[in-house]
Design a protein around this ligand. Structure first.
Ligand code: GLA
Ligand code: ZN
Length: 670
């Protein structure tokens, strides 16, 4: 199953009319029509409304909300509302409240607050989902199901401990296999009964904090267990809906580069991917782009939904900057350029009280339609109308893949040594950024992905190498492609046990190198890499070439003159290894050389602020998005004949093509 079929990009967002008297609903719908809003996400935090007591369900308000949406010709993405517990439930079944990392059993409060192993939670959340499925399956407004909200967070209660032990029994079958996987002979940890195993927490293996564990194997398995436990909650609700509604697509809103859950384990169970885009403060535009491409990669490149973004400002940070005029349009088109087939906001109307009262909304507390934000939202609504179905179902024709692996992320960041300063998303982003700035379309894929469609495979900090991956990477190079890997790759197996071979383990043959030792230094220490005019930091692996040639070397210390970057000819292709955290110009240099070899530099690769992204519509039409991330106009020369879809203008090859500050063009190439 794929995302819902719609005649245009669904446009709208989270709508909470249950917080308002019905006169306000009239006003909402008037404003929505004015802004071209056709899709509302409804019911995300409605459990205490739809089930005010264990034996009482009340759908009168939700009925009215959906009926009203249908009467106004709007579609609804209907949430099951199970992400925030109603107070009666927490009081009656205290087991549903989470136990935190420090071992404190929480009392009622907050949201995203349930224990994934609680039988009461399972029973009541699926019962609610089943009733919603039954009641609204055939509702004319229903477009998609939105289960729960932003799943995340681990629990350390006794029920979870028991569920973890069951999960381990199922995975390892015998204690010998578990003891072997976790290296429990170290520090006298040999388990003689599954009942002795504790969830790794502040009270057990993590005396120094969440990323400091005495046993990485145990902690990795707890991350995997938590992923599966929350997935189990999702699946139970999905099944309850499916048995009443076999057709409407089901999703849950993800959070992009969200460390706690391995979304690749969830991906097969979603009908379509969707996610909430709140980029880190001051992130360059390639950071949300990376998250879009990661989310697109969940379903093999199928379009996803942008389920949330703020139209103006967030409220959850210490400091919440405002999107500048034009930024909302640009970030929305960026999402579409990377594969979004829906553009939704959090939220339609600002809530009156509680912690999100200052969160940006399409309609503010005064309910005006003459604010800058409303005007921008409405302007975008008109453009999406104009775009119609042109981008729907379109796919990205990428010949570059970037491997993204949650296990490697976890293993790297919970490792003691060589350096706690290496952050997986930062290294991945540096390589992604280099490729994107050079104009290459990039698929961000799991390590199990089919690599045969790609000329270039980037595998930065691939700390853990599992299954037949090394062989599949060798095959990429053998048929003429290029593989790149970096420092701290090929270090451990799926249980975080070091390979008993030369570093980088299973990648050593392909890379044509051997590494016996490595240096790690504080961030102020800069190691020059003279051939690239670049600087390197954090970790410096000392490479002994075994067939590879040095492309660049370290400029200082006792390992001066030894390779920092190597290239190994392998079959008809190449394998590159970058042994240190190069600065961005250094990474750019290496990645551009690789892309150039394969003719993958984009037509505007040399423009410093223009992002490009291709999509190919189901009928074969090729679209090129041009996004100017600067506050100044961008002057380009058109590389091909095209029609610009937002203005209808014809563009001839070699014509001047100017993008406004923060401007966007969508070229239909001929
Ligand atoms: C998340 C949630 C929303 C809302 C927004 C605010 O994405 O899903 O309910 O809290 O954040 O930014
Ligand atoms: Zn629990």
């Amino acid at each position: 199953m794929t995302a819902p079929r719609t005649p245009k990009i669904p446009y709208g967002g989270d709508h909470n009319p249950e917080q308002w008297p019905e006169e306000v609903w009239d006003e909402d719908h008037r404003l929505f029509t004015q802004a071209g809003i056709d899709t509302l996400t409804v019911g995300v935090f409605s459990w205490s409304l739809t089930q005010p007591a264990e034996d009482t369900y009340d759908f009168t308000v939700l009925d009215r909300i959906l009926d009203r949406a249908a009467a106004e010709n709007r579609s609804v993405c209907l949430a099951t509302g199970t992400a925030a517990l109603p107070p009666w439930l927490a009081k009656k079944y205290p087991e549903v409240n989470r136990t935190d990392f420090e071992g404190r059993r929480h009392r009622y409060g907050q949201r995203h607050n349930f224990c994934p192993s609680s039988p009461a939670y399972h029973r009541l959340s699926t019962a609610l989902a089943a009733r919603l499925g039954e009641r609204y399956a055939d509702h004319p407004a229903l477009l998609a199901w939105h289960i729960n909200n932003e799943y995340g967070g681990a629990c350390y209660c006794d029920l979870c401990a028991e569920a973890f032990r069951d999960w381990l029994r199922n995975k390892y079958v015998t204690l010998d296999a578990l003891n072997d996987a976790w290296c429990t002979t170290f520090w006298s940890h040999r388990y003689t009964d599954f009942a002795e195993i504790e969830p790794p927490s502040a009270l057990t293996e993590h005396w120094r904090g969440p990323d400091h564990t005495a046993f990485q194997g145990t902690t990795l398995d707890y991350f995997r267990f938590t992923t599966d436990a929350l997935l189990g909650c999702f699946l139970a609700e999905k099944e309850a809906i499916r048995s009443r509604d076999p057709e409407t697509p089901v999703t849950t809103n993800f959070m992009g580069l969200f460390r706690p859950l391995d979304y690749h384990r969830w991906a097969p169970h979603l009908d379509f991917a969707s996610w909430d885009n709140y980029p880190p403060l001051d992130a360059p535009p390639t950071r949300p782009a990376l998250a879009h491409d990661l989310m697109r990669g969940l379903k093999d490149g199928a379009p996803f939904w942008l389920m949330e973004q703020t139209p103006s400002t967030t409220a959850c940070r210490d400091v919440n900057p405002l999107k500048r005029p034009g930024e909302l349009r640009l970030t929305t088109f960026q999402a579409i350029a990377h594969g979004a087939d829906a553009a939704l906001y959090f939220q339609m109307r600002a809530s009156r009280g509680a912690c999100e009262k200052y969160h940006g909304a399409v309609v503010g507390h005064a309910g005006r339609d003459d604010t800058r934000v409303f005007r921008e939202v409405a302007g975008l609504g008109r453009e999406l109308e104009l775009l119609g179905s042109a981008t729907l179902g379109a796919r990205t024709p990428a010949r570059t893949a970037l491997l993204f692996d949650w296990d490697s992320w976890w293993a790297l960041e919970i490792s003691d040594g060589p350096s706690r300063l290496v952050k997986y998303p930062d290294v991945v982003h540096a390589y992604y950024r280099a490729a994107r700035k050079a104009g290459a379309d990039v698929d961000v894929v799991p390590q199990t992905a089919d690599l045969t469609p790609y000329d270039v495979v980037l595998a930065p900090t691939l700390h853990m190498v599992k299954g037949d991956l090394a062989g599949r990477l060798e095959a990429v190079a053998a048929r003429g492609g290029t593989v790149l890997s970096t420092f701290l790759s090929g270090r451990v197996d799926e249980h975080d046990r070091a390979f008993l071979t030369d570093v980088p383990g299973p990648l050593a043959d392909l890379m044509g190198i051997r590494i016996d030792e490595w240096d790690a230094r504080p961030p102020e220490f800069v190691q020059p890499v003279p051939e690239l005019g670049a600087a390197a930091r954090l970790v410096f692996e000392i490479v002994l070439p075994r067939g590879a040639e040095a492309i660049a070397t370290y400029g200082a210390d006792f390992y001066a003159g030894t390779p920092a970057v190597t290239r190994h000819e392998y079959g008809g292709g190449e394998a590159w290894y970058v042994a240190t955290a190069l600065d961005q110009p250094g990474v750019d240099h290496v990645v551009r050389r690789i892309l150039t070899r394969h003719g993958l530099l984009g037509p505007y690769a040399n423009h410093p602020t223009v992002e490009t992204a291709h999509r190919v519509a189901p009928d074969g039409t090729r679209l090129l998005f041009l996004l100017n991330h600067a506050q100044e106009p961008a002057r380009l020369t058109a590389h091909a004949t095209a029609t610009e879809l937002l203005t209808g203008k014809q563009v001839e090859a070699q014509d001047p093509l100017t993008l406004d500050p923060l401007g966007v063009a969508v070229l239909r190439l001929q």
